[in-house]
Design a protein around this ligand. Structure first.
Ligand SMILES: *Cc1c(COP(=O)(O)O)cnc(C)c1O
Length: 404
């Protein structure tokens, strides 16, 4: 193992422990967080541009969030979904009024939200076509929908899939933003088309308006369901509460998770009346939407849902993009900036891994999306002056990479 200043691993636990080897983890142990900053066990302070991968939308230890969580845990943490709670009812109402959809199901993660959408789509298909012939799902190249067997079947990267085959059948892949290829694969046998309006893991690729319009029209024509996976791009990340609001196209099913709980595990699936086909016994989740997780969601929506908050996301985004471009004038490093709001992909002439490594040494946390793309996912609460701090760190990194 190569040893750099941040990589020094005096702590034997990091190489010899009881945790499964599912991540290429950096050798840092975090102890505390405040706003956009994370502090490790050696008191090093890192700027967090990963946000738990688009989770910590309120930054770390947001005072309102902390207060609400403390109060909730003193009152009620969990009861079975055999009973009602005010918190789950309120979160359902808030999500439906914000989205214009009608019903919510709560789970604990993004992949479970996708599984739920998958089951809804198959059940809807079985109702529409009693002969059981409406079960094909259309997915996109570069899509990422999760790691459980169903969601994995809908995910593009074969590296994630091959060892687990056979996966769920009747999934057909088509390229993003290719209207005629989409049209060619959709017919009466299709029960759903699933799309990330902005692809996250796959490289921050945005669906075009005409592509989403085509998908919506085809879903309607063939009585299939249009599913948007906004697990990463939802909840204010793009400067609107939901990414589909940039396009004016409302899906039949919306999958949410990451930012919804600001760090408390919660996922949600929202549907319109057409897609709301579950009956008691069809689906469930022990923890899904428990009062603690629901309270986290209520708190996030009450903060992120303010117009001033979303406008600030748009402002900081523009400021960040223009700063990145100014650095490009000096160092000519940028190939492309993609995305929206504070979900930006910057493709550079450097390998993403090389840039991330260098940033680590400068105490800046970054994450990749593909070979050459760095994903910027700062907490949504980031201020313009904090963006300035980021830009000066980032300029140093680019400057020294250029000199190598
Ligand atoms: C992260 C992600 C998922 C999976 O979410 P988990 O909570 O990790 O299961 C699904 N879809 C998209 C678009 C994601 O970004």
């Amino acid at each position: 193992m190569s040893k750099t200043s941040v990589d020094v691993c005096s702590d034997d636990r990091l190489t010899n422990n009881n945790i499964m080897n599912t991540y290429n983890r950096k050798s840092i142990v975090f102890k505390k967080g405040k706003g956009i900053w994370l502090i490790d066990d050696k008191e090093n302070v890192y700027m967090d541009f990963v946000s738990g991968v688009a989770v910590n939308c309120l930054g770390h230890s947001h005072p309102v969030f902390v207060e609400k969580m403390k109060n909730q845990i003193e009152n009620l943490t969990h009861v079975s979904n055999l009973y009602w709670t005010d918190e789950q009812l309120e979160l359902g109402e808030n999500l439906c009024s914000l989205s214009g959809l009608d019903s919510a199901f709560f789970c604990n993660s993004g992949t479970e939200a996708v599984e739920t959408a998958f089951k809804l789509a198959r059940k809807h298909g079985s109702i529409v076509n009693k002969k059981g012939k409406k079960n094909k799902i259309i997915v996109l190249e570069n899509a990422f929908h999760g790691r459980t067997m169903g969601a994995l079947s809908l995910t593009w990267n074969s590296k994630y899939k091959v060892p687990y085959e056979p996966l769920v059948e009747n999934v057909v892949t088509t390229p993003l933003n290719d209207l005629s290829k989409l049209e060619a694969v959709v017919d009466d046998s299709v029960c759903a088309i699933i799309i990330e309006p902005i692809q996250g893991e796959g490289g921050i690729y945005k669906a075009s308006k005409s592509f989403l319009e085509k998908a919506s029209a085809l879903a309607l024509k063939y009585n299939a369901l249009l599913v948007f996976d906004e697990v990463q791009c939802g909840i204010g990340r793009t400067g609107n509460m939901f990414a589909y609001q940039h396009y004016g196209i409302v899906p039949d099913i919306l999958c949410l998770a990451k930012g919804l709980g600001a760090g408390m595990p919660i996922g949600a699936v929202l549907t319109n009346k057409r897609a709301d086909v579950f009956e008691p016994g069809d689906h469930g989740s022990t923890f899904g939407g428990n009062p603690l997780a629901s309270k986290a969601g209520i708190t996030v929506l009450s903060i992120v849902g303010q117009n001033t908050f979303l406008n600030d996301v748009k402002t900081t985004s523009e400021y960040l993009i223009s700063g990145l471009k100014k650095i490009d004038v000096k160092y000519n490093y940028l190939t492309e900036v993609r995305g929206a709001g504070l979900m930006l992909g910057i493709e550079t002439k450097f390998k993403a891994s090389q840039l991330i490594e260098k940033a680590m040494k400068e105490k800046l946390l970054l994450i990749a999306a593909g070979e050459k793309t760095i994903r910027l996912l700062p907490p949504l609460v980031i201020t313009v002056s904090e963006i300035d701090l980021f830009l000066s760190k980032f300029e140093e990194i680019i400057k020294s990479l250029n000199e190598e």
